[in-house]
Design a protein around this ligand. Structure first.
Ligand SMILES: Nc1ncnc2c1ncn2[C@@H]1O[C@H](COP(=O)(O)OP(=O)(O)O)[C@@H](O)[C@H]1O
Ligand SMILES: [Mg+2]
Length: 314
């Protein structure tokens, strides 16, 4: 949880953005401490990119505000941009330039002091040195993403804002990428990273989950799971699809989700789950309580948010 003594690199309150009368980011409070890897989770269209753009001063909030790297996000975006490495969802590289030429180009744009040495050091740091002459356009997804990360680091930022950096990258490259992120954080860099992947969420020090523009929960993986107050059972047996349909209809059941060859059934309390299973009347099913996973919690939170969103409409 937030340690009030630790300096917050991102500290914003009530951040709000509206487009055409629709509120796409709705009073979001976010605090990210130095040296932490903060995951930013949420379904497509939930407001992650919009929030990130407000944090680095690329977009002005309609309401709320705060600081990023100690600078006001409304009035000091120039200072913020200088110290932030922002990897956009569709990062742009020059395909007909080599890895080294791409980095050298970015270093020139940022007027990086001692440019040649910095480019060489960054190539080494990210394991790109042996491929320095390869054209960016000929790289696989994983290597392109590594080059994009190098480009974000060339001006020695203090904060990395990574917007779905691993979308479409294969699992091995994703693992390498996360090892790299942890190395960078250990060296003092702070990271806010948006992602869809649950395994990545579990590798973050802290998480924030947003849906329909509203921040629904924030904390460590364990805090997020505990604060949801969800009771989850794993159900195994035959005809689980039909069982799932019937359980979904039952009172007090919040979510039913298939996980491999079992169903995860989540509710507000144990009695609700026992009653629902009794109503299904399948004594052959094997059912036992488990610790809810992060995914169970996010599915339940999103379900609640969807229900609230639907009832709020006129
Ligand atoms: N410039 C814009 N004009 C109008 N609507 C926008 C604009 N940018 C984003 N939106 C809308 O805001 C919502 C949140 O978008 P976004 O922040 O990109 O979500 P995410 O990154 O979580 O997928 C979406 O419904 C999107 O269509
Ligand atoms: Mg996005």
């Amino acid at each position: 949880m937030s340690d009030a003594a630790a300096p917050a690199l991102i500290d914003v309150h009530g951040l709000t953005k509206r487009y055409g009368g629709r509120t796409v980011v709705d009073h979001v409070d976010l605090r990210v401490e130095k040296g932490r890897i903060h995951g930013f989770l949420g379904p497509n269209g939930s407001g992650k990119t919009t929030t990130i753009r407000m944090l680095c001063g690329l977009l002005t909030p309609d309401d709320g505000g705060g600081t990023c790297l100690g600078h006001d996000i409304r009035t000091q975006s120039r200072l913020i941009k200088r110290q932030v490495g922002y990897m956009t969802q569709r990062f742009g590289l020059y395909e007909d330039l080599s890895i080294e030429e791409n980095l050298d180009f970015v270093a020139r744009v940022y007027a990086v002091p001692d440019r040649r040495a910095k480019v060489t050091a960054t190539l080494e740091q990210l394991g790109l040195a042996t491929r320095r002459t390869q054209l960016a356009g000929s790289l696989s997804g994983g290597w392109k993403q590594r080059l994009a990360l190098a480009a974000c680091l060339i001006h020695s930022p203090q904060l990395l804002l990574l917007d779905e950096p691993t979308a479409g990258v294969d699992p091995a490259a994703r693992r390498d990428f996360w090892d790299q992120i942890h190395d960078l954080a250990a060296a003092g860099l702070t990271v806010l990273v948006s992602t869809h992947y649950m395994d990545e969420a579990e590798r973050c020090h802290e998480l924030a989950y947003i849906a329909y523009g509203k921040l629904l929960t924030q904390g460590t993986v364990q805090q997020v799971i505990d604060s949801a107050g969800l009771v989850t059972w794993a159900v195994a047996g035959t005809n689980l699809v039909e069982v799932g349909h019937r359980l979904r209809e039952a009172k007090g059941i919040r979510t039913v989700a298939p996980f491999g060859s079992t169903l995860h059934v989540s509710g507000d309390n144990e009695q609700a789950i026992r009653d629902a299973l009794a109503a299904v009347n399948r004594p052959d099913l094997k059912a036992n309580p488990i610790e809810p996973s992060l995914e169970d919690v996010f599915i339940a939170l999103m379900q609640d948010a969807k229900d609230n969103f639907a009832t709020e409409k006129p």
